[in-house]
Design a protein around this ligand. Structure first.
Ligand code: SF4
Length: 576
């Protein structure tokens, strides 16, 4: 089945900003955290806030303490003052686009202008905007409404940011003809317009559309209505549990869109739910193949196989003899490390990949045993390789197991929250890449007694960079879930766009570095063949960015196949 995810699905800029501020608040401010009214119309996000101790406050008390967040729609200035007077630390999460409208109104009100707001008079944003116009504010919902207003000596016309463009245009055209001295400001945010245009376009291309979002969210309901007016079936669901797989199996193409208050982790979960749909049009083998992929990924068997393949490729590239011990170290150490990571990272998986979280919760004991067993086999194999590989791997394993331990006692840096290795931003991504790099290149080279220093350095840099690219890519996909649990990854620090830019540069650099190794020549012609690997990863990143590739089991499998691919290419090269 063809599945398309709308590019505009999910949080708009203003909602994302407000949600992120609310999620970061408990760790940034002392005392209780409140939001003034519900921050957004999404029950899952609101229950997440309440899990994190963020309480909704509907009435302003005379006395209060703690921090309060003002929602993205904004509030009248007097409410803000009342909150401050009550004793709250007020954090303004009003969308910058709404703030812009507020300041237009404020500056003109100060000069004696009347304000005409085109919008819905009960909408929280309009209520907030009216507060900036004082006694000189008026709300109109249609052309008829404005005709009934008195003529003002000086007035401005602004729009509620989510106002219908056609209504606003008709009003501003009328004002230009009849009261050309009125100043008109088109303050409509194009986010809603773009979302609706896209769903209209997608409805023409598919059999049905899944609209994800709160049943009480106006903009989400509107999306479902648009689908129906286009003559297509709309499935409006709040979560993946509401998906009717039987109904879905009757359609051969589907689009997924979501309202402005739907977080990406819910969209991802819905997409994973759609993946479970019986693939009647492709035959049983397709479902079977998907289940096999899922199992190999969940158990980390495929990741371990990839590490073995990468180790094989690196040994061949550095012209080292292939040894079973070196391959076993890469396979079992990586397997053990990844299972431990998953066991300790269940909190974020609850949002990023609930199926994995359930798998790890259900099979905690056997997986712990498997992690310990593979760690032990890796160490035995390292011992066979020699003293240095053994002690190096043992040190790496000990460092890995102290990842979650509080290494700095609280009395040294009172109140410092970065006391564990995992508290250092991006530490997990970098440590995973280094561990792969050492086990697949440095240890085999030491064991073989190779003295080709530059060749080893470049091979290490390349293998580490490739794994860094793969892990950073997954970090970008998991940004919202990671933020919820307070995990500080590199993408969370620098943002999604910058992360993708860096990732693409890194992969290009990896292509250049390995090809240079072949030109110098530090390596055989195999290095030119392996240069395809970072390019392959680059293609996945670009396809994902353009919306041609969807997150889910299939994409994860393709990314992990990168390393298996390096082994297969090496094998083919050797063969010929
Ligand atoms: S729809 Fe536009 S104005 Fe409203 S919160 Fe989102 S980005 Fe801001």
């Amino acid at each position: 089945m063809k599945v398309i995810i709308a590019k505009t699905a999910g949080f708009c800029m203003g909602v994302r900003r407000a949600v992120e501020m609310a999620l970061d608040a408990p760790s940034s401010y002392q005392g209780p955290i409140f939001t003034y009214g519900p921050l957004i119309h999404n029950p899952q996000v609101l229950s997440l806030f309440s899990e994190k101790g963020v309480v909704i406050l509907d009435q302003i008390p005379e006395k209060g303490h703690g921090t309060i967040l003002i929602r993205a729609h904004g509030v009248p200035p007097e409410k803000k003052e009342l909150l401050k007077k009550a004793g709250f630390n007020v954090i303004d999460a009003t969308c910058p686009r709404v703030v812009k409208v507020q300041s237009i109104i404020k500056s003109h009100t100060n000069k004696g202008y009347s304000t005409i707001i085109v919008g819905d008079k009960d909408h929280p944003e309009v209520v907030g905007l009216l507060g900036y116009a004082g006694s000189m504010g008026y709300v109109v919902g249609s052309l008829e409404d404005i005709k009934h207003l008195p003529v003002f000596e000086q007035a401005i016309i602004v729009a509620q940011t989510t106002q219908n463009q056609k209504i606003f245009q008709s009003i501003s055209a009328w004002a230009e003809q009849n009261h050309c001295h009125y100043k008109v400001f088109d303050t409509i945010c194009d986010s809603t317009e773009k979302r609706q245009m896209e769903v209209r376009r997608l409805s023409k291309m598919v059999d049905a559309v899944i609209v994800v979002g709160g049943k009480n969210s106006g903009n989400t309901r509107r999306l479902a209505e648009i689908v129906k007016t286009e003559g297509k079936t709309a499935f409006h669901v709040e979560t993946e549990d509401e998906l009717n797989l039987e109904n879905l199996s009757k359609v051969s193409s589907i689009a997924i869109t979501a309202g402005a208050s739907t977080p990406s982790w819910i969209i991802k979960r819905v997409l994973r739910g759609v993946e479970k749909k019986p693939l009647s049009n492709k035959g049983w083998w397709s479902t079977f193949f998907l289940e096999v992929q899922r199992f190999l990924l969940l158990t980390n068997i495929y990741v371990a196989l990839g590490a073995g393949c990468l180790c094989y490729a690196m040994m061949r590239m550095m012209e080292l003899p292939i040894t079973v011990a070196a391959l076993a170290v890469a396979v079992f150490y990586v397997m053990s490390m990844h299972i431990f990571n998953r066991l300790t990272g269940r909190a974020e998986d609850k949002y990023n990949d609930p199926e994995r979280e359930q798998f790890y919760s259900r099979n905690k004991m056997p997986l712990k045993f498997l992690a310990l067993l593979s760690g032990a086999v890796g160490l035995i194999a390292a011992y066979k390789m020699g003293q240095v590989p053994f002690w190096t791997l043992l040190t790496m394993s000990l460092l890995g197991s102290s990842y979650n331990l509080r290494l700095i006692p609280s009395w040294i840096f009172n109140g410092n929250k970065r006391r564990r290795i995992r508290d250092l931003p991006g530490s997990k991504t970098i440590l995973i890449a280094l561990a792969w790099g050492v086990s697949t290149t440095v240890l085999p080279a030491i064991s073989a007694g190779s003295n080709r220093f530059f060749a080893i350095c470049i091979a290490f840099l390349w293998a580490t960079g490739l794994v860094l690219g793969r892990t950073a890519f997954f970090d970008v996909l998991d940004m919202q879930g990671d933020r919820i649990v307070g995990k500080e990854t590199i993408p969370l620090l620098i943002g999604e766009k910058k992360s993708f830019r860096l990732l693409k540069r890194l992969l290009l650099f990896m292509t250049v570095i390995i090809s240079t190794g072949g030109v110098l020549p530090l390596f055989s012609g195999l290095s030119f063949l392996l240069a395809i690997c970072p390019l392959f990863m680059l293609l996945i990143v670009v396809f994902y960015e353009r919306g041609n590739m969807l997150p889910g089991v299939r994409m994860e499998f393709r990314v992990e196949s990168l390393f298996v691919f390096s082994g297969v290419m090496t094998f083919i090269y050797e063969w010929f």
